[in-house]
Design a protein around this ligand. Structure first.
Ligand code: G16
Length: 542
């Protein structure tokens, strides 16, 4: 097959954010853009003879993008691409496949929880051989290649369709189309006590899983309905669509409101959960209760030994900086290490590879373990179900017992979306400039103890990541964290994360916004949020 070498120019704004490169579909679809970025990835990772996994969340433009990437992969000497049927793989399933097949890496086509469709978002992420997102050294190399690129190589023929299982040759490259669900579902059966969960479901236990018209539909249907015997209809919005049914596939109380309302209403099933566009995020609810991602991590860590895959105990718990400190207390109680990393799953990779952390979690609805190197929505749901099947209590009881033992971390995230990039940068710069003046300041009954511009030294390879957000610590155990989102595609999003610790012997029954009201007011004033954002209130509160 003929290989064409097409001249191209460096593209602007190609630096990957928190998780790969995310842009509007219209940007990715600009002639030459996807091609140039894909070639930059291959220039950075030596693709000659490589085995790569490729999959996506089925969003609009996946099909065209995969066809193009296959043509560029073949032109760059890739030996084999293992791809999910019709181009579908959830992000954790892709991570598993990279590991299982000992691939050199993988390409994940997704913009995660961002909306899809022709006017929505698209994304491309490179994962390394451990199955996890490329660390900064690799993403920096990709950016450097994109900065000096002058050509891309592409096969001058159409790539084959990805609808039939099996192998096809494309030039010198083999394309292997695999079932997207079966390997992943089998891994879940290895980790969890499916018999115990099946028995619980065969009893009176009811569940509802909202796949949000996204990639987990087929996975959840197979696992919950086929393998675990949940009645049909337990998995809703199970057919993936290119625009996620016109919705915003982000599993939180705002974007998964119908499920949230069901679970807090009078007809609630025992258990509710949802996952996002590419299947790596999760939301957990019980009848009458929403579990924050930070609490979920802590509760899973405290109970992990009840689950077959973790019965020997966990080595450590890692959380991102803005995630509440609830899991630190569990780690302390268990006598294992606790880690605070920057936002971004890639920062957990080394800790998981080195066996220092077994469970990881983030406030942004990501929870996972060392079974893969991505966060894993369905894994989190199965952890909960397995623990509930062993403990034989409701979600609400499990959560309240946890608070009674460890105390409660009231937690909320306030997002100021689509603010001008300049205004967002000015706010963060001013905050950094004033950092040293904040300790000792008191307002709204809160006194700042410490103010830190968070930087992280990876305990395994010593690499240093600076400028990872601001942490204000208040007397009495409250924290406020501020950072700019790395996943948005329009303007800037300021995230303000707020937490207030209530020890075991105090009330745990307050509404979170009420419990946090002083931290919220103090942070707004100290940071001058309204002044910089020109917003009187956040756009989204979760
Ligand atoms: C991505 C990363 C997560 C991270 C999140 C933060 O999530 O994979 O590790 O916590 O971004 O998002 P932001 O920078 O907007 O706060 P995902 O699910 O979009 O891949």
């Amino acid at each position: 097959m003929t290989i064409q070498t097409i001249p191209t120019a460096p593209i602007d704004g190609q630096k990957p954010g928190t998780s790969g490169l995310r842009k509007k579909v219209s940007v990715f679809a600009t002639p030459g853009y996807l091609e140039t970025y894909t070639q930059a990835i291959f220039d950075a990772v030596s693709p000659e003879g490589a085995v790569l996994v490729m999959g996506g969340d089925g969003r609009y433009f996946n099909r065209e993008a995969m066809a193009t990437i296959l043509r560029i992969a073949a032109a760059n000497g890739v030996a084999r691409v293992i791809v999910g049927q019709n181009g579908i793989l959830s992000t954790p399933a892709a991570s598993h496949l990279i590991r299982k097949r000992k691939a050199n890496g993988g390409l994940i086509l997704s913009a995660s929880h961002n909306p899809g469709g022709p006017s929505g978002d698209f994304g491309l992420k490179y994962n390394i051989a451990n199955g996890g997102p490329a660390p900064e050294a690799v993403t920096d190399a990709i950016v450097a290649c994109a900065d000096r690129i002058d050509r891309y190589k592409i096969i001058a023929a159409d790539a084959p369709a990805l609808s039939n299982l099996g192998e096809v040759r494309f030039g010198d490259m083999v394309i292997e189309v695999v079932d997207p669900v079966s390997d992943y579902a089998t891994l879940m059966e290895e980790l969890f006590d499916f018999d115990a969960i099946r028995q619980m479901i065969a009893g009176a236990f009811t569940l509802r899983f909202d796949a949000m018209h996204a990639v987990t539909g087929p996975y959840a249907t197979e696992i919950f309905q086929q393998r675990l015997g949940a009645p049909s209809g337990s998995v809703i919005n199970a057919i993936p669509s290119e625009d996620f049914g016109g919705g915003h596939p982000d599993p939180n109380p705002v974007w998964a409101k119908p499920l949230y309302d069901l679970m807090l209403g009078s007809d609630a099933p025992d258990f509710g959960a949802a996952s996002d566009g590419d299947g790596d995020r999760n939301m957990i609810l019980g009848r009458g209760i929403y579990v924050t991602p930070s609490d979920s991590l802590a509760i899973l860590a405290a109970n992990a030994h009840l689950v077959p895959g973790y019965q020997i105990g966990i080595a450590g718990v890692a959380r991102s900086m803005p995630t509440s400190t609830a899991s630190d207390r569990v780690a302390d109680h268990l006598g294992v290490e606790a880690f605070q990393t920057p936002t971004g799953w890639k920062f957990f990779g080394n800790l998981l590879d080195a066996g220092r952390a077994t469970l990881c979690g983030e406030e942004s609805a990501g929870t996972g373990s060392d079974h893969v190197r991505e966060k894993d929505g369905l894994w989190a749901v199965l952890m909960w179900l397995n623990i509930l099947a062993v403990r034989k209590v409701s979600v609400a009881t499990l959560v309240k017992e946890h608070w009674a033992t460890f105390g409660r971390d009231y937690y909320s995230r306030h997002d100021y979306e689509g603010i001008a990039g300049d205004a967002a940068a000015e706010l963060m710069d001013a905050l950094k400039d004033n950092l040293s003046s904040l300790p000792g300041k008191s307002t709204h009954g809160m006194t700042v103890n410490a103010a830190e511009d968070f930087s992280y030294t990876d305990p395994i390879d010593g690499s240093v990541s600076t400028g990872q957000g601001i942490i204000l610590t208040f007397e009495g155990g409250a924290r406020a964290m501020l950072r700019l989102s790395g996943t948005g595609t329009e303007g800037a999003t300021l995230r303000v994360y707020l937490e207030q610790y209530a020890p075991p012997d105090t009330s745990h029954d307050l509404d979170a916004q009420t419990a946090l009201s002083n931290v919220i007011k103090a942070t707004s004033e100290l940071v001058q949020i309204e002044h910089f954002t020109k917003r009187k209130a956040p756009d989204v509160i979760t």
